[in-house]
Design a protein around this ligand. Structure first.
Ligand code: NAD
Ligand code: MG
Length: 403
């Protein structure tokens, strides 16, 4: 990673700039125009929002995932006389994430679709701000090795992992000797109080209505099933190099404590804040310093109580059967998290398309894990082949259940 002088402007590429994290990142950056310069923005389908972002932030490049969207954007940019160069395709997204003029990359694409660009940024030694947890879940050790070899600095953006990172000492070489447990907090999502047998009737609209956070559709559904927390357990295992047995999840409905580290002496250090992703985003952008995020401050006078519920209480294990899969895949061959992630991406898309029921997301995930033989891929190609195999198996389960 290039060492940045405080007075130098950071040149940044935002992958997934039209999504929830992408938009919040641009909001934070807009407060600090003297510190950041947008090199590239990338998106999948929202051409008009991308155009508005090009007008406001004047990136050198804007990349759309497909040619038709790229051509539409190009036409509109030309019509407005913008200097932004428009590109399209997955390879172009990776190019702007690894370009030599880029200092930092915000990885905010959803799903394994973001893996290649993350690896590009890791191999070229960027400051890599990682929101795209699926990329790390799929890439696992391979991802972490690319970060180490490329000399990149991986800064977690997921609020829980940012909280843990903020609760740990700067020197990562001391972590192993000091960490007792990582305690991830979970809000419990919209169905924390709901009787497990009624979850069959949940609609996509209900699943996407999170009580504390406003997020993209996929992570909202994942929060409702608590598969999001399962992905975060896997993410924590790789980011902080802890054993699966050192990771614990506790339900904390108010989302004020964003996660905690319990040290070997049983002292616990936590990070608190309002549930606003601008806080971890600003921390990632300004690390190792702090800057204004635009998020509101916590008001302790209105916080009558903070509560906690164990996962093995109040029927949570029946309500959220997917959470336990995190530890099963972490204790299986190293390709297993990629199988779980692929199955879950397919299952969530099928649920949102009303092809399967809410409770069947877990059926697809568990059945795919029992159908696809896990192994430990020795190359990126082998890993991607396993991802493709798991997607195909999950699609078959969707057809079986939906038909
Ligand atoms: P979102 O759906 O709002 O945005 C996703 C972005 O990715 C969009 O810009 C979209 O254009 C782009 N994209 C989607 N598919 C693509 C593809 N195939 N190729 C290229 N670009 C593609 O999602 P989000 O809520 O912003 O989440 C983004 C990531 O951040 C996810 O991995 C999520 O788990 C993680 N995250 C989000 C939040 C949150 O509060 N939203 C919190 C923590 C972590
Ligand atoms: Mg999170």
């Amino acid at each position: 990673m290039k060492n940045l002088d405080q007075s130098e402007r950071q040149r940044i590429t935002i992958l997934g700039s039209t999504g929830s994290i992408g938009v919040s990142t641009l909001e934070v950056i807009a407060r600090h125009p003297h510190r950041f310069e947008i090199f590239a923005l990338t998106a999948s389908t929202r051409v008009d929002l991308m155009l508005a972002q090009c007008v406001a932030f004047k990136p050198v490049f804007a990349v759309m995932a497909s040619e038709p969207h790229g051509l539409q954007l190009q036409q509109k940019c030309v019509a407005l006389g913008l200097k932004t160069r428009v590109l399209w395709g997955a390879a172009a997204i990776t190019t702007v994430a690894s370009h030599e003029l880029v200092d930092s990359v915000m990885a905010a694409i959803v799903g394994a679709a973001g893996l290649d660009a993350c690896l590009g940024a890791a191999r070229t030694g960027k400051r890599l701000l990682l929101a795209n947890k699926e990329a790390l879940v799929v890439g696992g050790d391979y991802f972490m090795q690319a970060v180490a070899k490329g000399g990149a600095k991986l800064l977690p953006i997921d609020s829980e992992h940012s909280a843990i990172f903020q609760s740990l000492p700067d020197d990562a070489t001391t972590w192993a000797a000091q960490i007792g447990k990582i305690i991830l907090t979970a809000s419990g999502g919209p169905f924390r109080e709901r009787a497990p047998h009624t979850l069959q009737a949940v609609t996509p609209e209900q699943a996407c209505a999170h009580p504390n956070w406003v997020m993209g559709q996929k992570i909202s559904v994942d929060s409702a099933t608590m598969m999001n927390k399962a992905l975060e357990v896997i993410e924590a295992r790789y980011l902080f190099d802890v054993l699966p047995s050192q990771i614990e999840v506790v339900i904390h409905p108010q989302s004020v404590i964003h996660s905690m580290v319990q040290y070997k002496d049983n002292s616990v250090v936590a990070q608190l804040g309002t549930p606003d992703m601008k806080v971890p985003i600003a921390y990632g952008l300004s690390w190792p310093h702090r800057m204004e995020s635009g998020a509101s401050a916590l008001d302790f006078s209105t916080m009558a109580n903070l509560s906690f519920e164990a996962i093995d209480s109040r029927g949570h294990e029946q309500r959220f059967p997917g959470l336990a899969l995190a530890w099963s895949v972490l204790n299986a061959p190293t390709g297993s998290p990629a199988i779980l992630n692929a199955a879950n991406e397919v299952a969530v898309a099928a649920f949102l398309a009303r092809e399967i029921r809410f409770d069947q997301i877990h059926t697809v995930n568990a059945e795919t894990l029992s159908t696809v033989l896990p192994h430990s891929p020795d190359s990126l190609e082998a890993l991607l082949a396993l991802d493709a195999q798991a997607r195909a198996a999950a699609q078959q389960w969707v057809r079986r259940l939906g038909g």
